[in-house]
Ligand binder design. Structure first.
Ligand code: ADE
Length: 231
C-alpha cells in the first residue's frame, strides 16, 4: 500500500513513522508512506495555503494547493475530468467525518493507494470537500488542532492489519473490537506479585479451559464497559 500524506507539518509525522510497527512495516516494504509539504504546491509567491473565510470567520485552506498536490501525486486531473480509479481513495480528516472504527479501518485494506489530507486552521474550502475528497473520517467526537494526529491514528490502525505487519495474525483476531468485543485480561510473570495472584486457570495448562475462561471474561468486560458493542 502506498500512502501519500498532505500536510503543512510533515515533521510531526516523522518520529511516529520511525518507530516500532510502522517502521517495521515500511522496512519490510509492506507499506510506503510519503510526506508532502502542502506549501510546496502553492502557486502563491509566499507559499500561502490559507485565506480568510468569506462572510467573516477564521482562516481556511484554499483549494489550489490541495487540488494541485493531489493531481501531481496521481499524475492526472481530478476535477473536472476525474479518472475513475477504484484502487485509490482520497481521505480527509475532520470532526464531521465518519467515525473511525475497527471495521472502517479494515475496509481501507482493499486500496492500493491512499491520499490523506490533514487540514489545519478552521477547515478547508468546501469545494475541496465536495470535488476532491472521497471520504471524510473523524477519530472521535472532540476537536483537535488539526488533522495530523488523526492521520497518524488512521495510518497506524490500517498498517497493523496488513498481512505480515504484526507477527502473529492470531493476536489481531483476538484483539478488542474484532468480532465486536473487548479483549480478555492478560497476565504475565511473576505468578505472585505482592500477594496478587494470577488466576489459577491460566497456569493450569488446560488450553480448553483457558479458552473458555477468556471467552467468558471478554463477554463480561464488554457487557460492563461497552454494552453498546453487543447490540
Ligand atoms: N480534526 C480536528 N478534530 C478531528 C477529529 N476529531 N477527527 C478527525 N479530524 C479532526
Amino acid at each position: 500500500m502506498l500512502i501519500d500524506v498532505l500536510t503543512i507539518f510533515p515533521k510531526m509525522f516523522e518520529p511516529v513513522l520511525k518507530e516500532s510497527i510502522l517502521k517495521r512495516a515500511q522496512n519490510k516494504g509492506l507499506i510506503k508512506i510519503r510526506l508532502h509539504d502542502l506549501r510546496n504546491y502553492s502557486q502563491d509567491k509566499h507559499k500561502k495555503v490559507d485565506d480568510a473565510s468569506y462572510g467573516a470567520g477564521g482562516m481556511v485552506f484554499t483549494p489550489q494547493p490541495l487540488f494541485s498536490a493531489v493531481e501531481s501525486i496521481l499524475g492526472y486531473t481530478v476535477y473536472p475530468r476525474e479518472k475513475k480509479d477504484p484502487n485509490k481513495r482520497i481521505v480527509m480528516f475532520s470532526p464531521q467525518g465518519k467515525r473511525l472504527t475497527q471495521p472502517l479501518a479494515r475496509k481501507y485494506l482493499k486500496y492500493e493507494r491512499l491520499i490523506l489530507i490533514a487540514p489545519r486552521y478552521e477547515g478547508i474550502d468546501d469545494r475541496v470537500r465536495k470535488h476532491l475528497v472521497e471520504d471524510e473520517v473523524s477519530i472521535g467526537d472532540y476537536v483537535l488542532s488539526g488533522g495530523e494526529l488523526p492521520a497518524m491514528v488512521f495510518i497506524d490502525s490500517i498498517t497493523r492489519l496488513i498481512p505480515g505487519v504484526v507477527s502473529s495474525p492470531a493476536s489481531i483476531e483476538k484483539e478488542s473490537f474484532e468480532n465486536g468485543r473487548l479483549d480478555y485480561p492478560h497476565y504475565t510473570r511473576p505468578q505472585d506479585f505482592r500477594g496478587l495472584k494470577v488466576p489459577s486457570i491460566l497456569v493450569s495448562g488446560d488450553h480448553k479451559k483457558i479458552e473458555t475462561w477468556r471467552d467468558e471474561k471478554s463477554l463480561e468486560i464488554t457487557k460492563r464497559k461497552r454494552p453498546d458493542l453487543l447490540k
